[in-house]
Design a protein around this ligand. Structure first.
Ligand SMILES: [Zn+2]
Length: 175
């Protein structure tokens, strides 16, 4: 077995998939279905195997008709185009907006009074409705069981309105 080719392929695909849309999608599915993590893992792994098979078959097919030198150039150009598209895609802006919201929410993990506040928890519920993978863990950390709640109008100095305002602002930016 060509170990060098094996390691090179593994490293290239592993790095390309890390933090990629496919991984974010897997994260999102896993986040929404914490009771079925194995099922999500198997389904996503099979999907990646299927796309790899398509890639290998297509590469083998093209290699029969096209000079390898031109294939390398073509692949390079394709990589550059995909990279550019990823940078320019509106999704990136959305990711950044969620990133800012996540950073702000992280600060409230330490604010004990609002963690048990019904108003604050209700606002978290609305944000959770966006089902964004980047917000999953911080929302989980902030969420408390219903029996831990108190005043539905919010605690003194409640952070709920501030979080809601920030959420609306970031949502506007997402378009
Ligand atoms: Zn509060």
């Amino acid at each position: 077995m060509d170990l060098k080719l094996f390691c090179l392929t593994f490293a290239a695909i592993f790095l390309a998939e890390l933090g990629d849309k496919t991984q974010l999608a897997t994260l999102s599915f896993a986040g929404r279905n914490p009771h079925a993590l194995l099922l999500v893992f198997v389904a996503s792994a099979l999907a990646l195997v299927a796309t790899s098979a398509i890639g290998v078959l297509a590469g083998g097919f093209i290699a029969r008709y096209v000079d390898p030198k031109y294939m390398r150039i073509g692949a390079g150009v394709l990589f550059l185009l995909i990279g550019l598209a990823t940078l320019l895609l509106p999704d990136t802006k959305r990711e950044q907006a969620f990133g800012r919201l996540k950073t702000e929410l992280e600060r409230y993990v330490a604010v004990a009074q609002c963690r048990t506040c019904a108003k604050f928890q209700g606002t978290l519920g609305e944000i959770a409705g966006q089902r964004h993978p980047r917000l999953w863990w911080v929302l989980r950390k902030l969420h408390v069981a219903p029996d831990g709640r108190h005043d539905p109008l919010g605690c003194p100095d409640c952070s709920a309105d501030k979080v809601r305002a920030l959420f609306e602002e970031e949502r506007k930016e997402m378009g």
